[in-house]
Design a protein around this ligand. Structure first.
Ligand SMILES: Cc1cc2nc3c(=O)[nH]c(=O)nc-3n(C[C@H](O)[C@H](O)[C@H](O)COP(=O)(O)O)c2cc1C
Length: 333
């Protein structure tokens, strides 16, 4: 199968492309969320302290609004326990997460009682808690609040902005991600420079990135062919491997948010692929198991087809090189 990831569709191709699904969001909120999930974002923790009470929520609704005056926004669900504290106004801080802080995101999106007890933080100059290890802090005062259905949009006037070293944590299609340059973006000026004597030496790491990008896009087509998006594929694999888990355990194992996990579980149940026992324990039906096995077969065939014709010795050398690169860059536990 051939994926055209590196070519933009022509005007006539775009005009004739049919949506995979489409509906009125008032009638299908899961579809609405799947569409929203296609817009990749960063992740921030919004923190505040008021009269000795602290609150913090993980959000991906953060956005910039204005440079002059410096304004940012985010929105809070009325179902959040922290809503009354943020609704009362006062200062808050936006803590932009680094790629190393997936655990921090999960911690602050959980329902644990005191989210600050196990966190590394210190008070900022404007009174809000600032989390350590973040990429940026925006210390804000509440500038305006706008009601928007089941959320309130909070607009903050930024009093102090601080930046730190690191790479951002991203969130797209219901999963945590990291950013790397698109293979079509030419190599950064500091690594392009004069032509090297051995092209393979200069080119191997960009080639690994490009191969990863292209292979992922091609395999995505197999997932789509089975009617699965990323969260559903992760959940079905998880319940297949560990039957009997409950919804919150599935969210932990798959690294999906609670809501994406619940949406994926509901989709699988509606399709007759998943059943829930009296205590909430989840198992796949025969149809669910068949779907998971179909994906596994596609994966095995994909590997076999991609490697066809490459001599065994070359594969062994490539594997040795990749293992070395992985072990010398893996963060210590
Ligand atoms: C990736 C991600 C993004 C989220 N974005 C938002 C958001 O923009 N607004 C919001 O109210 N909740 C959002 N949530 C859910 C909250 O983090 C979660 O409901 C909240 O922290 C619960 O805490 P509380 O009930 O203690 O206030 C998000 C969760 C995750 C995992």
């Amino acid at each position: 199968m051939q994926a055209n990831v590196s070519r933009e569709p022509t005007m006539s191709e775009s005009a004739t492309r049919l949506p995979i699904e489409s509906a009125d969001p008032a009638e299908d909120s899961r579809l609405f969320r799947r569409c929203l999930g296609l817009y990749g974002t960063g992740i921030a923790i919004i923190t505040m302290e008021n009269a000795g009470q602290r609150a913090a929520v993980t959000v991906n609704s953060f956005a910039s609004v204005s440079l002059d005056p410096p304004l940012v926004l985010w929105s809070i669900s009325h179902a959040s326990r922290s809503y009354p504290l943020f609704k009362a106004g006062g200062p808050f801080a936006v803590n932009i997460l680094a790629s190393t802080q997936m655990g921090v995101s999960r911690h602050f999106s959980s329902k644990i009682e005191d989210k600050f007890a196990d966190a590394d933080w210190s008070p900022g100059q404007h009174g809000s808690p600032l989390l350590h290890g973040c990429l940026a802090h925006f210390e804000c005062e509440t500038y305006a609040q706008v009601e928007g259905g089941d959320h309130t949009v909070l607009i903050g006037l930024v009093r102090r902005a601080s930046r730190f070293e690191g790479e951002p944590l991203l969130f797209a299609q219901g999963q945590y991600s990291v950013a790397y340059a698109h293979p079509e973006v030419s190599a950064a000026p500091e690594v392009s420079g004069p032509k090297p004597e051995m092209p393979s030496q200069a080119g191997i790491i960009p080639q690994i990135f490009e191969a990863h990008h292209l292979l992922s896009a091609v395999f995505d087509e197999h997932r789509h062919a089975e009617g699965l998006d990323i969260p559903v594929a992760r959940v079905i694999a998880c319940v297949y491997d560990i039957p009997g888990l409950k919804a919150e355990q599935v969210a932990r194992v798959t690294y999906l948010g609670q809501r994406d996990t619940e949406d994926a579980l509901a989709t699988l149940a509606e399709r007759g692929m998943l059943v829930s026992g009296t205590a909430g324990e989840l198992t796949l039906t025969e149809a669910g198991k068949r779907l998971r096995e179909a994906i596994q077969t596609r994966w095995r065939n994909f590997q076999r087809d991609q490697m066809a014709g490459i001599p065994e010795a070359d594969l062994r050398t490539t594997q040795k090189t990749l293992s070395k690169l992985i072990s010398q860059n893996r963060a210590p536990n």
